[in-house]
Design a protein around this ligand. Structure first.
Ligand code: ADE
Length: 257
């Protein structure tokens, strides 16, 4: 069974697709392109989902029900919600929550109605492998990202953290809103738009899920300024480099189960 690898940003997916060995015919389904083959020695299905929870959840469901992936790894960018996490740092989700889910007073805020839970865990084995992949990549950063690009985004030696990741259908560009999210969901490291939706689908289907994010912005009024340049010149290389190190570990861990 292959590993499903999702990205919400086409540039990240494209670089991985180019590295695919033994690519099979592309399957087009629901306006997504599914690329099967071998990546860094592991059988994978690569797909670009587009942004947001619906796009992510439907794509994750297709990966599981049509391609029978044994696990899903999501790679992408996120806005920082913590002073401990800066642009260029890597965050691996050990828990995820949908910050815009609120069916109160019928259910607690953030609780997924009738599923009796608000938080979804990242799979421990995948999380460990993504952290190891992130750390190995950071040690090798200079061979992936140019000095000019590192300087432009003031990236020195990125840190790799594990923690709570928030997901919602909003690109957060309001510092006060970001602060209110942190107050309501203490311990949050970053905010993005897909991870917790993928984690919910994986929970419902009993498949391991791993989410890794590189911090592209501070989830404040400046968030959109350099976003495209960051994605093109930095994030793409992070996704590729982290997976280059993490995928063989993930494959080994899954085979050992
Ligand atoms: N992904 C990257 N930056 C983000 C932000 N500020 N809000 C939501 N998703 C993001």
């Amino acid at each position: 069974m292959p590993i499903g690898i999702m990205s919400a940003i086409p540039e990240e997916n494209r670089r991985l697709v180019e590295a695919l060995e033994g690519p099979e015919d592309v399957v087009i389904d629901g306006m997504r392109e599914y690329h099967s083959g071998t990546l860094f020695g592991e059988p994978v299905v690569l797909v670009f989902s587009r942004c947001g929870k619906v796009a992510a959840a439907t794509t994750a469901t297709a990966l599981i029900s049509r391609f029978d992936v044994r696990s899903i790894v999501f790679t992408g960018v996120a806005g920082s919600l913590s002073s401990d996490v800066r642009v260029g740092d890597i965050v691996v989700a050990d828990r995820l929550v949908q910050h815009d889910m609120d069916a109160s007073p019928l259910f607690d805020a953030f609780e997924i109605p009738l599923l009796h839970r608000s938080y979804f865990d990242g799979d421990r084995g995948l999380t460990r492998a993504l952290i190891a992949g992130g750390e190995a990549f950071v040690g090798d950063l200079a061979s992936h990202v140019t000095p000019d690009d590192l300087a432009q985004f003031a990236i020195g030696t990125p840190r790799v953290s594990r923690g709570l990741v928030l997901s919602g259908d909003q690109f957060v560009t309001d510092r006060a809103y970001a602060r209110s999210l942190c107050e309501r969901l203490p311990g949050a490291l970053c905010v993005e738009m897909e991870g917790a939706a993928v984690a919910q689908v994986c929970f419902e289907y009993g498949r391991p899920c791993g989410v890794v994010r590189v911090i592209s912005d501070a989830a404040d009024e400046t968030a959109a300024f350099d976003f495209t340049a960051f994605v093109d010149r930095v994030a793409t290389h992070f996704s590729y480099g982290i997976l280059e190190h993490a995928l063989p570990i993930i494959g080994g861990a899954l085979r050992a189960r």
